[in-house]
Design a protein around this ligand. Structure first.
Ligand code: GRF
Length: 208
């Protein structure tokens, strides 16, 4: 299977998926990296590993970047089957969601639907979790719809919030778990092990 990964930041989840793909744990290849920040760590990692980098979206002030329609054409040219958001901070346009039904995943660093939605990104998520007094947090992998963090949940991992945690410490504990769970889910996706229950809930079938 061919994967497109969308990144705006450091790209540690991108890196763990790419390493799993090289190591044979994920039966898919990262065909292309899409970013709104061409200087981000994820884009540097892609270039260093021979993965084409595409700038999206096009901004009003610059001729650089692709429009949604051109992005879809480009992804089709790369024969992309699945799209993985990995710290990509822009909303995915409806055209793209419709062009890739049940094929776009995101990873979020809280137990959705808690602490998700517009404005909940990066350390803000972990600060809000700590301020709430919640005893547990952890990553959620979900399908992407037209809004932030509201698509169907596929997998979650529980991580304790310790009494004296600061946001950085909690973020690191959650991120460690993100790397594991994203690889597991992407591996299932590439092996067609996602099944959809009649009520629209996706489930992961374990390997036979
Ligand atoms: C992760 O915490 C992810 O859950 C969120 O953005 C962060 C990206 O981290 N969507 P990285 O760029 O993969 O290191």
């Amino acid at each position: 299977k061919k994967l497109a990964v969308f990144v705006s930041g450091g790209g540690s989840n991108f890196r763990s998926v790419h390493e799993a793909s090289i190591g044979g744990l994920v039966h898919g290849d990262v065909a292309v990296l899409v970013t709104d920040k061409p200087g981000c760590g994820g884009a540097d990692y892609a270039r260093a590993n021979g993965i084409p980098v595409i700038l999206f979206p096009k901004t009003k002030s610059s001729a650089e970047g692709l429009s949604p329609i051109d992005l879809i054409t480009t992804l089709r040219n790369f024969k992309v089957d699945f799209i993985l958001l990995a710290g990509y901070l822009k909303l995915i346009p409806a055209e793209l969601v419709q062009a890739y039904p049940k094929s776009i995943l995101n990873i979020h660093p809280s137990l959705l639907p808690a602490f998700g939605g517009k404005g909940f990104y990066g350390l803000k998520v972990h600060r809000a979790v700590i301020a709430s007094g919640a005893r547990y947090s952890g990553p959620t992998v979900h399908f992407v719809d037209e809004n932030f963090d509201t698509g169907r949940i596929l997998a979650q991992r529980v991580v304790p919030v310790l009494a004296n945690d600061n946001a950085e410490e909690l973020a690191a504990r959650v991120l460690h778990e993100e790397h594991q769970v994203y690889v597991e889910v992407v591996s299932a996706l590439c092996e067609d092990r996602i099944i959809w229950r009649e009520d629209g809930v996706p489930l992961i079938r374990s390997r036979e």
